[in-house]
Write a protein that binds this ligand. Structure first.
Ligand SMILES: Cc1cc2nc3c(=O)[nH]c(=O)nc-3n(C[C@H](O)[C@H](O)[C@H](O)COP(=O)(O)OP(=O)(O)OC[C@H]3O[C@@H](n4cnc5c(N)ncnc54)[C@H](O)[C@@H]3O)c2cc1C
Length: 156
C-alpha cells in the first residue's frame, strides 16, 4: 500500500475494503468493453469469469463487513481479515487480467498511446496489481496465519 500504515491487522481491513473499489472497477470495465470491444461480452468464457468475479467480490465485501462488525464489538477481527486479504489479493489480479481479455489489444495501450482505453488505466492496473499477493502481507504468510490461528492446524 502506498504511504505509511498502522497495525497490520488494520491495514488488512483497509485492503479488504478495496472489494468495493473492485466492484466499481468491474462495472467500469464492462462499460469500456461495451464501448470498445462489445464482441467480448458474447464470449461464454468471459461471461462466466464476469459472473464468478462479481460473486467473489460480493463475498469479500461480506467478509469485510463481518470483520468491521467484530471491530465495533471490540472482538478480534479474524479470521475474516486474513481471509478477505487473500480474497482481495487474487481477485485484484483476476480482475486486471479479465479487463485485458475483455478490452482486447487496445486494453494494453498505456496513457498517451493511440487508442488507449480510459487513459490507459487498465493497462497500468494489469502490471501494477502483481503487488497484491505481496503488499500488506505475502500470500504464503497469510495462509500460515489462517492455518495456525483460524483452522488451528497442528504443527509438526
Ligand atoms: C507495492 C508495494 C507497496 C508497499 N507499501 C508498503 C508501505 O506503504 N508500508 C510498509 O510498511 N510496507 C509496504 N510494503 C511492504 C510489504 O508489506 C512487504 O513487501 C510484504 O509484507 C512482504 O514482506 P517482504 O517483502 O519482507 O517479503 P518476505 O517476508 O521476505 O517474503 C518473501 C517471500 O518469502 C515468503 N515467505 C516469507 N516468510 C514465509 C513463511 N514463514 N512461510 C512461507 N513463505 C514465507 C513470502 O511469501 C514471499 O514469497 C509494500 C510492498 C509493495 C510490493
Amino acid at each position: 500500500m502506498a504511504g505509511g500504515h498502522g497495525h497490520p491487522g488494520q491495514e488488512r481491513v483497509g485492503t479488504a475494503g478495496l472489494a468495493i473499489t473492485l466492484g466499481n472497477d468491474l462495472r467500469s470495465i464492462i462499460n469500456a468493453a461495451r464501448a470498445t470491444n462489445p464482441g467480448a461480452l458474447d464470449d461464454p468464457g468471459i461471461r462466466e469469469r464476469i459472473a464468478r468475479t462479481w460473486t467473489q467480490i460480493e463475498l469479500t465485501k461480506l467478509l469485510n463487513y463481518r470483520a468491521l462488525t467484530k471491530i465495533l464489538k471490540k472482538q478480534k477481527n479474524w479470521p475474516e481479515v486474513p481471509l478477505a486479504k487473500l480474497q482481495w489479493s487474487h481477485l485484484a489480479q483476476d480482475l486486471a487480467e479479465l479487463a485485458i481479455d475483455m478490452l482486447g489489444p487496445n486494453g494494453l495501450i498505456l496513457r498517451g498511446g493511440e487508442g488507449a482505453i480510459d487513459g490507459g488505466s487498465w493497462a497500468r492496473l494489469y502490471s501494477f496489481q502483481r503487488y497484491t499477493t505481496i503488499g500488506a502481507g505475502a500470500t504464503e504468510v497469510q495462509k500460515n496465519i489462517i492455518a495456525d490461528k483460524a483452522i488451528k492446524l497442528p504443527r509438526k
